[in-house]
Each structure stands twice: as structure tokens, then as C-alpha cells.
Design a protein around this ligand. Structure first.
Ligand SMILES: NC(=O)c1ccc[n+]([C@@H]2O[C@H](COP(=O)([O-])OP(=O)(O)OC[C@H]3O[C@@H](n4cnc5c(N)ncnc54)[C@H](OP(=O)(O)O)[C@@H]3O)[C@@H](O)[C@H]2O)c1
Length: 217
């Protein structure tokens, strides 16, 4: 599979790196073609992956991953180009989080979400929200957290969700632990978990934890 990963932060690099290790063709996208972080990453990949602009990464990918801050995701995706997203599965891992005097704030929140904004702005893309509820290390190595903990997906396109569930399986999330929560409006709920996740990470002093949903009976 060819993946275009938009974002050179710890999330983009972790996902791009793991997908590359799994044998996929990966292009890591940035605002500029000469981003030193992306170039260094591609050099370390020794020809098995490439770095480029957001547009080049989106064009190269059969599946595109949005791994930039939610606060700038629409700008990054506009730079990627609607034509390069049309008809493609767009895996949205972003959170619209910013810290104001150390306090996590979300924008949008409650009555809207970045998952929905992205789907509205790019109606031709098949947006699936996932992975935004765990740290970048747990995303690509769920075994860091013991137990039968869960990953969530939501989006409008059932086939796109199946494809993302398969991708999650490759990353180490068994299908039985991937919960389909419904349409893209559910992104509000998973994005609104973020302030609690930030608080938990401060209490524990690390980010190796996740939600495990247990049913009675
Ligand atoms: N960190 C985690 O463990 C974690 C867990 C779950 C979800 N997330 C979410 O994953 C996303 C990525 O997080 P991150 O910490 O890896 O990276 P980040 O620092 O949020 O984003 C880095 C990327 O944003 C791009 N960017 C910055 N300003 C921009 C602008 N004005 N316009 C367009 N693009 C811009 C950068 O472009 P350049 O490459 O050109 O510099 C870079 O590629 C975020 O939404 C975050 O909330 C993070």
C-alpha cells in the first residue's frame, strides 16, 4: 500500500516509520520540500521512504494520514490539495488542542470537531477518525499497554473504516479491539477525551495507558 503521511512531528514520524517497516511505500509530507526533519527521516530510511511537500505526499498516497495539529489541519490539507484527497481514505489522527497557561483547550469543541470540519471541507475524501486517543508510541505499539484496551474508529464510509481497521491490525490492534463508534460526528467525543488524557499523563508521569471498555455479563 502507498501511504502519504502529512506531518513531521512525533506522530507523523512514528506512523510513517512503522508503516514503512511493515513494507508499505511511505511519503512523509511537510510544508516545504526541504524540511530538514523530513529529509533526515527519509535519509535514515535508506531509500525505503521519501520526503516531500504535503501535496507530494497526498498525491503519492493511496491512503493519506493527517498527522498535523488540529489547529492547522485545514491549512495543511488545503496545501495537500483536494484533488489529491478525492476518493481516498483520509485517516485523521489530529486533535484541535492548544495549551493556554498549561491548560489544554480544544477548538472546535462540543458542537463541532476537526473530524467533521475536515470531512465538510473535503467532501470527496473518506475521512476516518482514529488513533487520536492514545500517545504516538502506543499508536504503533499497543503492546506497551497491557490488557484488552481499545481503539476507536468513526466516519461515514463503512468500506473506509474496514480499510483503516485493517491498517490498525497491522499496527498491532486486533479487529476485536477496534470499536466502530459510528459516523464522523462522533469525532467530537474522541477529541473531547483529550483534556482527560492530558490530565492522566500528568498524574501518571507517562503516556503508556489507554481506555479498556468492559461490558457487564
Ligand atoms: N503526540 C501525541 O502522542 C499525539 C497523540 C494523539 C494525537 N496527536 C495529534 O497528532 C497530531 C500531530 O501531533 P505532533 O505532535 O506529531 O505534530 P504537531 O507538532 O502537532 O504538527 C507538526 C506538523 O504540523 C505542521 N504545521 C505546523 N504549523 C503549520 C501551519 N501553520 N500550516 C500547516 N502545517 C503546519 C508542521 O509542518 P512542517 O513539517 O512544515 O514543520 C508539521 O508537519 C496533532 O493533531 C496531535 O494533537 C498527538
Amino acid at each position: 500500500m502507498r501511504y502519504g503521511v502529512l506531518g513531521t512531528g512525533e506522530v507523523g514520524r512514528a506512523l510513517a516509520g512503522r508503516l514503512m517497516e511493515l513494507g508499505h511505500e511511505v511519503t512523509l509530507g511537510s510544508r516545504t520540500a526541504d524540511n530538514p526533519v523530513a529529509r533526515e527521516w527519509a535519509t535514515a530510511a535508506a531509500g525505503r521512504a521519501r520526503a516531500g511537500t504535503f501535496a507530494q505526499a497526498a498525491e503519492a498516497g493511496e491512503v493519506v494520514v493527517n498527522a498535523v495539529s488540529g489547529r492547522v489541519a485545514l491549512d495543511a490539507l488545503r496545501a495537500a490539495g483536494a484533488a489529491h484527497l478525492d476518493g481516498k481514505v483520509l485517516v485523521d489522527v489530529c486533535n484541535p488542542l492548544a495549551f493556554e497557561e498549561g491548560v489544554p483547550r480544544l477548538d472546535p469543541v462540543e458542537s463541532d470537531s476537526m473530524g467533521e470540519r475536515i470531512q465538510r471541507a473535503f467532501p470527496g475524501a473518506r475521512v476516518v477518525k482514529t488513533l487520536n486517543t492514545v500517545s504516538f508510541k502506543v499508536m504503533v505499539d499497543p503492546g506497551r499497554v497491557p490488557g484488552e484496551h481499545h481503539m476507536f474508529v468513526c466516519g461515514e464510509d463503512a468500506v473506509a473504516k474496514e480499510r483503516v481497521t485493517a491498517m490498525l491490525g497491522e499496527l498491532g490492534w486486533p479487529t476485536g479491539r477496534v470499536l466502530d463508534l459510528g459516523g464522523i460526528a462522533v469525532a467530537r467525543a474522541t477529541e473531547m477525551y483529550l483534556p482527560l488524557r492530558v490530565r492522566l499523563s500528568r498524574v501518571f508521569g507517562h503516556e503508556d495507558f489507554n481506555i479498556e471498555v468492559r461490558l457487564a455479563g
